[in-house]
Design a protein around this ligand. Structure first.
Ligand code: NAD
Ligand code: DAU
Length: 353
């Protein structure tokens, strides 16, 4: 069996490819990625010479390229992660999100349907986010029946892609599964997302920007646990079904930032608590969702999956990884990312507390 992983050179994709090659020694993995600013072949370095792994550079919006990879590699399963993934960027440049997340997903669906015809031994797994459900108040959690209510251009584009995947199942009979997961963290996360922003700025002794009052709440899942959930749903999920995935680890942004800075101090021999002084409260993100949480009863009961890494363990492993991988950080943080960082943080640097 050959499985195409789109977005394989990104954060979750590269962790997933490494995970699947260990878990499925009898399957071939074809990594497909356009290598945008957030995708980097360095992320796939550990599996570069793996005999069951091939990398193909390509854009999911390019019909011919998608068709060629599906046919040439006799693909019978797709795990689709390629996306524009950063909410702040979607505020600055929404059309890039429509192009990749909507047009790109529909291109993949069309070409997979075309290549597979009526086969029922195939599967299209669409990897999505809890953000499609909008924002929660102080209590409650999303589940698979929650109505869609996206608030950012990013989440609106992911919501649209989810609807197209469902439509391809209902209308054309494409065998699909969908997953909607909460915030991931861990090795190889591009340094524009909260946890690597905190770490890279703490390492450089720069202020750590916390939007608003830091009272927004997210649920955090260590990326390896997400990869295990994806493998589980790909193999054993029911056709046409959606599965919510989460870490059951809710925490406010400020609490999380403090926990990371404390772990950073511990790992670098600073007085624990000293780096908290780097926190700077800056202008809030427009349309900032207050709280996300996921009820994972369905995947737990039907497929036996549950998170295994606690937030404390995951933070310690993540801090260690970033401290040990300075060369990776330097390599991925150049050029285009620097320009975005300057644009986004120029009026947000704020003064440390
Ligand atoms: P990422 O930005 O780190 O990686 C995205 C990858 O997609 C990059 O390697 C990029 O080069 C590639 N890509 C972008 N446009 C492409 C195109 N047109 N054609 C081919 N490749 C393209 O993102 P991530 O955090 O790893 O997220 C991966 C997926 O998981 C996304 O679909 C995202 O919506 C979803 N997701 C992420 C999280 C999270 O917390 N990071 C949580 C739930 C769901
Ligand atoms: O919930 C799943 C989603 O999680 C994924 O679908 C997205 O791809 C992923 O980027 C993530 O979205 P968030 O917007 O929650 O993640 P981000 O790391 O950008 O921000 C986390 C929280 O921290 C959010 O409330 C905004 C805040 N934040 C973020 C940054 C980058 C800050 O306070 N300061 C920052 O510098």
């Amino acid at each position: 069996m050959s499985i195409l992983v789109t977005g394989a050179a990104g954060f979750i994709g590269s962790n997933l490819v490494q995970h699947l090659l260990k878990k499925w020694p009898d399957r071939r993995i074809v990594s497909f990625d356009a290598l945008t600013y957030s995708g980097n072949l360095l992320n796939l370095e550990p599996v570069r010479d793996h005999p069951n792994h091939t990398f193909v550079k390509g854009d999911i919006c390019d019909r011919e390229g998608v068709r060629a990879v599906l046919v040439d590699h006799e693909i019978s399963g797709v795990i689709h992660l390629a996306a524009e993934s950063h909410v702040d960027r979607s505020i600055v440049d929404p059309m890039a999100f429509v192009r990749t997340n909507v047009d790109g997903t529909v291109t993949l669906l069309q070409e997979a349907s075309e290549a597979w015809g009526d086969r029922d031994d195939v599967r299209f797994h669409h990897v999505s986010t809890d953000e499609v459900f909008g924002s929660l108040g102080d209590t409650g959690a999303f589940d698979e029946t929650t109505p869609y209510s996206p608030n950012s251009p990013y989440s609106a584009s992911k919501a649209a892609s989810d609807h197209f995947v469902r439509a391809w199942h209902e209308t054309y009979g494409l065998p699909v599964v969908l997953t909607n997961c909460t915030n991931n963290y861990g090795p190889y996360q591009f340094p524009e997302k909260l946890i690597p922003v905190v770490l890279t700025r703490a390492m450089a002794k720069r202020t750590v920007p916390v939007y608003g009052q830091g009272s927004n709440v997210r649920d955090w899942l260590f990326v390896e646990d997400h990869c295990d959930a994806l493998a589980t749903v790909f193999d054993r999920g029911q056709n046409g079904e959606t599965y919510g995935i989460g870490g059951e680890a809710e925490v406010s942004n400020l609490e999380l930032v403090h926990a990371i800075l404390d772990e950073f101090d511990l790992a670098t021999g600073n007085r624990v608590g000293a780096s908290r002084a780097l926190v700077a409260f800056v202008d809030d993100r427009p349309g900032h969702d207050l709280r996300y949480a996921m009820d994972i009863s369905k995947i737990r009961a039907e497929l036996g999956w549950h998170p295994t890494v606690t937030l404390k363990q995951g933070i310690a492993r993540t801090v260690r990884w970033y401290l040990d991988n300075g060369a990776w950080l330097d390599a991925v943080s150049g050029g285009e990312y620097r320009q975005f960082e300057e644009l986004w943080y120029s009026d947000r640097d704020g003064a440390a507390t």
